[in-house]
Design a protein around this ligand. Structure first.
Ligand code: CO
Length: 263
């Protein structure tokens, strides 16, 4: 989900990383709020309004709203929708999975994070997809350290999910994030070890595996945003904003406010 701006990698200072972490904390609390509100019968429009009002009440700006004409605060992607589902009159049903992606701008810096939630009781098949996708995000993050390359992140995600029989969406990728929602470099969820940009201290990356149960192919709806699996099978999406450091990656967004999460 990269729109190529700006075309140079920006390296953040310690102070800037702290600001992104603050945006990330507010974003984490948005996810916490969403997790409390997700249940059968709730509309995606309702969730969007709750998130929008919460961000505004905390003096933040929703990063996605009006971004390239995007009409909402959240992307709400149910079941076979991969990403960029537009909130509306769609009601959650028992057994659904819903990927919610959100960005927050606070004090000049963006944080970007996505999580796939469950509604009521989901199938074992969906449960396994969610687990593998979330774990693949953390496999990618483990490799997000200075001295590695982008391809080390990409490879580790791809390897983790393909070993379990899932497929990696290729049309959309992770990205640098900071003063802009989308910065260099692109961070694909597939690739080869040792390829791509060198990771250096101060880079901040949004790592975001989008993983399908079935085939990797997707198509775009005529609304200009919604991306769905071509085979109609479910897809999951988790995303963290991560700072590259020497030794250990630092995750600047958080799932810790999400009901039922242990972090
Ligand atoms: Co992103």
């Amino acid at each position: 989900m990269f729109f190529g701006k700006p075309n140079k990698i920006s390296y953040k200072t310690e102070d800037e990383l702290l600001l992104i972490k603050k945006s990330g904390d507010l974003l984490g609390r948005v996810h916490g709020l969403l997790s409390e509100n997700i249940k059968e019968g709730v509309s995606t429009k309702y969730l969007n309004k709750a998130a929008h009002d919460f961000i505004k009440d905390h003096h933040g700006v929703p990063s996605f709203l009006n971004y390239r004409g995007y009409p909402a605060t959240l992307c709400t992607s149910i079941n076979e929708t991969v990403v960029h589902g537009i909130p509306g009159d769609e009601y959650l049903r028992d057994g659904d999975i819903i990927s919610i992606d959100c960005g927050v701008l606070l004090d000049g810096f963006h944080a970007d994070s996505a999580y796939t939630y469950t509604v009521g009781n989901i199938s074992e098949e969906k449960h396994r997809l969610l687990k593998a996708t979330k774990e693949s995000l953390f496999e990618g993050i483990k490799n997000a350290i200075a001295g590695n390359r982008v391809g080390d992140i990409s490879f580790s995600i791809q390897h983790y999910v393909e070993k379990r029989g899932y497929s990696v969406v290729r049309d959309l990728v992770g990205h640098g994030v900071g003063r802009y929602l989308h910065e260099e470099p692109e961070v694909p969820n597939f690739g080869k070890r040792g390829n791509g940009h060198k990771l250096l201290k101060g880079m901040v990356l949004a790592i975001e595996p989008m993983i399908n149960i079935g085939r990797r192919d997707v198509y775009h709806l005529s609304d200009g945003w919604t991306v769905k699996t071509s085979d109609g099978k479910p897809s999951a999406h988790y995303e963290h904003t991560v700072a590259i450091m020497n030794g250990k990656p630092e995750i600047l967004t958080t799932f810790k406010y999400i009901k039922g999460e242990v972090e």
